[in-house]
Write a protein that binds this ligand. Structure first.
Ligand code: S3P
Length: 429
């Protein structure tokens, strides 16, 4: 179990970085290109534990995937070309792998079993099993189908109209993937819009998607064309260095090639509301995904209150918002974020516990937390809770804490951002 030590410092962060590829888009590129016809090339693909879980799952389903540098070459076998896996598919720590595959595997002509690590085994799966069962899927699992391992016996599916009880791009994507195979039309209605990379990639690969308000419709597909996909850098990874620059005097960091889909830029909206000096320049597009370069400079932050529609747009960055709030004037409030309790770990409890060890004043609620800005954190020994985003959020807090912050079980950063710790040193002047 590796640990990392972060030295608190007032050294400004300066320079430019291009974070690794977007995790959500990398997962989707592997899955969709596997059921496309022929050779697809994915450039700037994220090589991390999570995306390798998806690559290995698709390989276990008979797909040839070559990964060279940051390029993935996928030889798609069409919608009906997957093969029964010989063994249990190990989804590792990846909720996205598990939930998206539930949708895909529900429609196959064979049986598959999905399992994962102890963190994934604790996460709720009824949210996908429920709607997929309404489509005719046969899925069984522990705790009456709510927990891994799940056994999925492929069936003939029928389209449904399903109102999601909670905004979730993973559940929406699972239903849309099943909808590619289901008789008739499949509709998902979201309470608030969540990231739409599945819809964007399906459209890019020639599958019609009908959007109207919060409703997304798909009809049974005949064929998916292969293509070239360029993966933008992950805004969720960029966010750590945006916050690091904002809270460190004298900093200016340029973060290049970042995916800036409006359903992912909640973190920018939140930080700008807090007084963050952030600009997005060179806006452009690749394969239907907006991209830009982000400049973040040190800023005098003030407290903020976030809830409602903003929550799904910043869901993975909320632990980091808690860190920014520690360095902001006043008391910040995060509400409507109950979903954080069922992520890789309970991220409300984890952040409240670990930031308190550094001296932060935090109150925990069932659906969020309040954070008193103080500017006076002191290094301590913290746990990652086995969760990549907790490890990296605490590391950013540690860069501005007095003395040293030790992060235990820090190797989990490789789930989304291998090399994260080196980047801190590279940017510090
Ligand atoms: C993801 C969706 C979100 C997010 C996760 C990645 C995706 O999860 O938290 O890190 O790629 O679809 P939910 O669908 O559970 O909100």
């Amino acid at each position: 179990m590796s640990k990392e030590i972060i030295k608190g410092s007032s050294a400004p962060l300066r320079g430019e970085i291009t974070p690794p590829g977007d995790k959500s888009i990398s997962h989707r590129s592997l899955i969709l290109c596997s059921i496309a016809n022929g050779h697809s090339v994915v450039k700037d693909f994220l090589i991390s534990d999570d995306t390798l879980s998806t690559a290995n799952a698709m390989r276990a389903l008979g797909i040839t995937i070559g990964i060279n540098g940051t390029q993935a070459d996928i030889i798609g076998k069409g919608l009906y070309g997957l093969q029964e896996p010989e063994k249990v598919i190990d989804c590792g720590n990846s909720g996205t792998t598990t939930r998206l595959l539930c949708g895909l595997l529900s429609a196959q002509v064979f049986t598959s079993i999905l399992d994962g690590d102890k963190y994934l085994q604790a996460r709720p799966m009824r949210r996908v099993v429920g709607p997929l069962s309404l489509m005719g899927a046969q899925i069984t699992g522990k705790e009456d189908g709510n927990k891994l391992p799940l056994t999925i016996t492929g069936s003939k599916l029928k389209g449904i109209s399903y109102e999601l009880p909670v905004a979730s791009a993973q559940v929406k994507s699972a239903i849309l993937l099943a909808g590619l195979y289901a008789q008739g039309e499949t509709e998902v209605i979201e309470p608030e819009p969540s990231r739409d990379h599945t819809e964007r990639m399906l459209s890019y690969l020639g599958i019609p998607i009908e959007k109207s308000g919060n409703s997304i419709k798909i009809i049974k597909a005949e064929r998916i064309e292969s293509g070239e996909i360029i993966v933008p850098a992950d805004i969720s990874s960029a966010a750590f260095f945006i916050v690091a620059a904002l809270i460190t005097p004298g900093s200016e960091v340029l973060i290049k090639n970042v995916g800036i889909s409006p359903l992912r830029t909640g973190i920018i909206d939140i930080l700008k509301n807090m007084g963050g000096n952030i600009d997005i320049i060179n806006e452009r597009e690749a394969n239907g995904e907006p991209i830009g370069d982000i400049i973040a400079r040190s800023s005098d932050l003030h407290a903020t209150e976030i809830s409602g529609e903003l929550i799904p747009k910043a869901i993975d960055e909320l632990p980091l918002v808690a860190v920014a709030a520690c360095f902001a004037e006043g008391e910040s409030l995060i509400r409507d974020a109950r979903e954080l309790r069922v992520k890789e770990t309970d991220r409300i409890k984890a952040m409240a516990t670990e930031l308190r060890k550094l001296g932060a004043r935090i109150e925990e609620f069932e659906d969020g937390m309040s954070i008193h800005g103080s500017e006076s954190l002191t290094g301590s020994t913290c746990s990652s809770w086995g969760d990549h985003r907790i490890a990296m959020s605490i590391a950013i807090a540690g860069t501005r804490a007095k003395g040293e912050t030790e992060i235990l079980d820090a190797e989990c950063v490789s789930v989304s951002y291998p090399g994260f710790f080196k980047v801190i040193d590279e940017l510090r002047q």
